[in-house]
Design a protein around this ligand. Structure first.
Ligand code: NAD
Length: 467
């Protein structure tokens, strides 16, 4: 692997200390990433603050820059994809999809407009509601989708006129560092700075005096720390946090028809998606047929190294996550749940876990109540739809959820009862660049994507002119 370096003030940095990045398919370190020092973080923040002075002024230039970013990402996709697969674990084709998705997000975002509303325009006054950028945005991303989640932050932040200092997860810093190199060629110095390091670097960023806005994606526990760190300085925050998404099947559903969608809604990216299906509520009469269908799908999937042809599900990304999935599945077994298929690691040195379907399990079990973030899906029985909705809502999480039925109108009525940011009907994981995405309750504050996400990188300025 070539050397990976940070991007600060448009330049590559000399690496001092580094840390090892593990390939989860092998369990071994395969590359080194730079450990950002406090001085380097200060330099990145100062470069972003300096670049902001000019960057905020020319809307057309920013729009063009986003299109140039999209083209640059597409041009380098083949180089980025194997880096992403080796640090994250996902199959190469999925890494490519993520990268092309990031490019598309830049392209789409470049077409958005920031509205100016004229509230009144009379002989005596004109009142406009305008939007200003914040200044420097500190952006922090997790390890499940490092590049697409970075694009959700960088593209709208830059379009709105902000500049950015972004830190990827220490588990997956490499593809983002490479992205910094790629975008360095098309953005003015200081507009986008990429730093890497451990969790401590994240807390230096959130308590740093320069940024006025923090855009964070990660777990609920860290999100609360970020909110607390932002409070003394009243920094604005957008928090995209964890989820425990329910899928509710109504009694008129055909289990055979919906099973593949439910399966991939849960197991895509090895279950490591904030808004993946994490628990399924099924009426008694459909219960065994659905469990059978899901178990057959789980048995038929090829789990393997993402660099090998044909792998559909890679390993879990890291050792703590691998241990956590083992622990939650073990706890379910201990409490009498039925492991229909899977239930254990594949074996060998990587963090591979067999796709697991768990039946005869209830709310109150950790695997149902907590966010497993891995390839183990609990299937829960219900007798009345109201009861399923109540269980679905009996949680601090509120990211998304789905309702499945042959009657979409009826399912929509049920979906609207879910206490979550996105309610899907007869689909799950339909996330689009023009559609706001965010969590209710502990799943977050604010939204990303579309005009709503863009406005999250601005604050209102009322301009009231006496004539
Ligand atoms: P995490 O919270 O452990 O880490 C996320 C990022 O925060 C990493 O870059 C980490 O280094 C940094 N960090 C850690 N401690 C910090 C601190 N004190 N201050 C500032 N930054 C700090 O999350 P993870 O394990 O990387 O990601 C998995 C979680 O992310 C899951 O809960 C998942 O549901 C959630 N997620 C949410 C969304 C969404 O859009 N809602 C998307 C993807 C993932």
């Amino acid at each position: 692997m070539s050397e990976f370096r940070m991007t600060i003030a448009g330049k590559t940095t000399d690496n001092g200390a580094t840390f090892g990045v593990i390939n989860p398919a092998t369990g071994s370190v395969f590359a080194q990433a730079p450990e950002c020092t406090r001085e380097q973080l200060d330099a990145a923040m100062n470069a972003a603050a300096e670049a902001f002075k000019d960057w905020r002024r020319d809307d057309a230039r920013r729009r063009q820059a986003l299109q140039d970013c999209a083209a640059a990402i597409t041009a380098q996709a083949a180089e980025l994809a194997p880096i992403l697969t080796q640090e994250q674990g996902k199959p190469l084709a999925k890494a490519m999809e993520e990268i092309m998705g990031a490019s598309f997000w830049f392209q789409y975002t470049s077409t958005l407009e920031i509205p100016v509303e004229v509230l009144s325009d009379t002989d005596t006054s004109r009142i406009e509601v305008r939007r200003r950028p914040y200044g420097v945005v500190a952006a922090i991303t997790p390890w499940n989708f490092p590049l697409i989640l970075a694009s959700w932050k960088i593209a709208p932040a830059l379009l709105a006129g902000n500049t950015v200092v972004l830190k990827p997860s220490p588990f997956t810093p490499l593809s983002t560092l490479k992205l910094g190199e790629v975008l360095r060629e098309v953005l003015p110095p200081g507009v986008l700075n990429i730093v890497s390091g451990g969790n401590e670097l994240g807390s230096w960023m959130t308590s740093h005096p320069v940024p006025r806005k923090i855009s964070f994606t990660g777990s609920v526990a860290t999100g609360k720390k970020v909110a607390a760190a932002a409070a003394p300085d009243l920094k604005r925050v957008t928090l995209e946090l964890g989820g425990n998404d329910p899928a509710i099947l109504l009694p008129d559903v055909d289990p055979k028809k919906v099973a593949p969608q439910i399966f991939w809604g849960a197991f895509e990216n090895c279950g490591q998606i904030c808004s993946a299906i994490k628990r399924v509520y099924v009426p008694e009469k459909l219960y065994e047929p659905l469990v059978d269908e899901l178990a057959n799908l789980a048995r038929g999937v090829k789990v393997g190294n993402g660099m090998e042809d044909g792998s559909q599900i890679g390993p879990l990304n890291n050792k703590p996550q691998f241990e956590r999935v083992k622990e939650l599945v073990g706890d379910a077994k201990k409490h009498g749940a039925r492991i229909v298929t899977g239930g254990e690691p594949v074996g060998g040195s990587g963090y591979f876990f067999k796709p697991t379907i768990i039946a005869d399990i209830q709310d109150g079990t950790r695997l149902v109540d907590e966010e497993q973030f891995g390839p183990a899906l609990p299937i829960v029985r219900y007798s009345k739809v109201e009861e399923a909705v109540e269980k679905a809502n009996a949680t601090h999480f509120g990211l998304s959820g789905s309702v499945w039925s042959s009657d979409p109108a009826r399912a929509t009525e049920v979906a609207k009862e879910l206490e979550c940011g996105t309610a899907w009907v007869n689909q799950h994981l339909a996330i689009l660049p023009n559609t706001p995405f965010g969590g209710a309750k502990w799943s977050g504050i604010g939204v990303e994507n579309g005009t709503w996400g863009l406005l999250g990188f601005t604050e209102i300025q009322t301009v009231n002119v006496a004539k």
